[in-house]
Design a protein around this ligand. Sequence first.
Ligand code: CP
Length: 307
Amino acid sequence: MNHPNHFLGLKLLSRDQIEEILDRASFYRTSLDNSNKITKSCIGKNVINLFFENSTRTRVSFELAEKIIGMNAVNFSNDGSSFSKGESLLDTIKNLNAMKFDCYVVRHSVPGIPKLISQNVEGNVINAGDGAAEHPTQGLLDIMSLNRYFKCIKGLRICIVGDISHSRVAMSNIFGLRTLGAKVSVCGPRSFIPKNIEALGVEVYDDIDQAIKEHDAINVLRVQLERDAGSLLPSLQEYSKFYGITMKRISLNPKIKILHPGPMNINVEIDYESSVSRNSLIFDQVTNGLSIRLAIFDLLSSNKNLK
Ligand code: CP
């Protein structure tokens, strides 16, 4: 990783770039499923996981991918750092850069922070989720899960359901899926749908039952209570009643596949039965997350352009 070669989002990636990542991830998924030996292509490289926001799936799968691929990993969190003494983010980053990390994996609540860090370090920066902007590895693992099931993304009808306005997952899905030729829609109460979202080439559905009938898969988003999404709703009970995914709703289109990036608010946006039903790809998404993160490290270390 001699030349900074960041992975910050799906918005500007070409179809060829996305397909190269998916192909590489598919190779890793097959290797992991068959317990094949994985080449430690990043041996000796130093990576720091900068998680300024909580995470389970993303953080753990990045850490596991780092170990599998041979990197030396260091974890950083706000708690216990010199932020409590008033050190700024930029000063923190400059000090970390002085330690010559090869790679920075960054999650932050503010959109654009991974890009800002990329402009102030010599190593590669990977966006692990920035505010409501993008969560590109999540977008790719969602696409990989759809591709494994449906075999082709082009022409698929995918609806993203729920709290679109707070969702970096929605943005990365819209950019990546549309680049690969899927038809993408969103569905939710109008208070959850950003104004002018049609400009991104998506259709808006108000009625979840109609959306379920007219799509091959739905990606159900979490109501982000920590970002005060509840204040945009009359009540969580009403949201659940009008938009919550249940087996009764799934029965309107028994072939539909259900995704959810996690963590789930069970009985708010989805009930437990639906989340573990035969329609659900939710745990396959998590499995694919490890392969996507291995692919990103591998391709960045080979100086593939992921910008
Ligand atoms: N999907 C996702 O980003 O989950 P975590 O917040 O647990 O990483």
